[in-house]
Write a protein that binds this ligand. Structure first.
Ligand code: TXA
Ligand code: MG
Length: 326
């Protein structure tokens, strides 16, 4: 049997037996297991080489299916769920006793979401348990947006990869919770923007970025959310290319750009500069660039507005260097 297949029935059988199955979502591919089975959950951490203190998101077919797994569904959360589910929004809610310890890593809040992908919707609706699923990449590497990315990175660790084609959002879901005074807080930015949240709740959310790694000094590549090739982000692509003439360069611009000197590979993320399209193509393009044996990848920053904020957050994490204000 091929690892990449569209056979939902096989996926159901594997998941019921406690095996790992990679699943498509609208954001990125997930590495899924039965979210109520401690033994199956443990396999996720092992396969990804993920620290067990990093909690997992539970995925459900519908809002109703979430209810047994939360102690309460506060009004603001309900408004957001009704506005954005199924969709790329993960909510942090008080957990119920049905959620295993290993899912939340000891936290009293559980991360829940209803993904918007027809294949995974069909799968979830035929299971009587939620799916625990982090992004299907080895810890520290770029998330997969195609079944082939999963196969390359974790193919020997999964029973199968459920083929749902390319992910149409392309970056991970927005994660939102509330602080002790019930103010909404975005813990991870995504294609559902602070403006989208304000439109529903009538208040602008606080944005709390998880502590980002420091950009290392040259030569010291850090590896969180990152390609293996050293990666530089810049707001002045021409100046940065000029500064690295001796390197085998790969260049990724937001929009089509005239041929730059000395680049081994040059590409762009969106014909029109549409930020939703930039997000969709970002990891896909980074995966391609990372396979070219380049010495340095230079990526252009997005305007820091709307979905651009989430894009820049991911670039920041992928980068080993940055050059701004050149
Ligand atoms: O789009 C997505 O969210 C994808 C798809 C597969 O659904 N999943 C994903 O999962 O990105 P993962 O594990 O790669 O990232 C989830 C993030 C992690 O940073 C984790 O620390 C955080 O969510 N998280 C999960 N549960 C949490 C909790 N109870 N409290 C705080 N943060 C939590
Ligand atoms: Mg991840």
């Amino acid at each position: 049997m091929h690892t990449i297949t569209q056979n939902i029935n096989n996926a159901i059988q594997f998941l019921k037996k406690g095996k790992l199955v990679a699943i498509p979502t609208e954001t990125v591919y997930g590495l899924a297991a039965n979210g109520t089975d401690e033994h199956a959950i443990k396999k996720i951490f092992t396969a990804k080489n993920r620290p067990t203190n990093n909690p997992l998101i539970l995925h459900f077919a519908s809002l109703e299916a979430v209810l047994p797994y939360v102690a309460e569904f506060p009004e603001q959360a309900l408004k957001l769920a009704k506005a954005f589910w199924p969709g790329p929004l993960t909510l942090l809610l008080p957990k119920s006793d049905n959620v295993p310890e290993s899912i939340t890593a000891g936290s009293l809040r559980v991360a829940v979401r209803v993904p918007d992908h027809p294949v995974t919707q069909k799968l979830l609706s035929q299971l009587d348990f939620p799916l625990a699923a982090p992004s299907a990449n080895p810890s520290g590497y770029i998330s997969p947006t195609l079944p082939e990315h999963v196969e390359k990175q974790l193919g020997d660790k999964v029973a199968m990869i459920l083929d749902g084609g390319p992910c149409n959002q392309g970056i991970e879901s927005t994660i939102l919770g509330w602080d002790t005074s019930e103010k909404p807080v975005i813990y991870r930015q995504g294609t559902i923007t602070p403006q989208d949240i304000e439109n529903v709740l009538g208040r602008w959310p606080k944005i709390v970025a998880k502590k980002q790694k420091k950009i290392e000094t040259p030569g010291m590549l850090s590896t969180h959310y990152a390609p293996k090739t050293p990666t530089l982000i810049t707001n002045n692509i021409e100046a940065s290319v000029k500064r690295h003439p001796q390197k085998m360069l790969g260049v990724i611009t937001l929009m089509p750009h005239k041929q730059l000197p000395n680049t081994a590979k040059q590409t762009y993320l969106s014909k029109s500069g549409d930020l939703t399209e930039v997000a969709k193509n970002l990891y896909y393009t980074m995966h391609i660039m990372d396979a070219q044996n380049l010495e340095l990848i230079i990526i252009e920053r997005a305007p820091n507005e709307g979905v651009g904020m989430a894009i820049n957050d991911r670039l920041e994490r992928a980068a080993s260097y940055k050059e701004d204000n050149l």
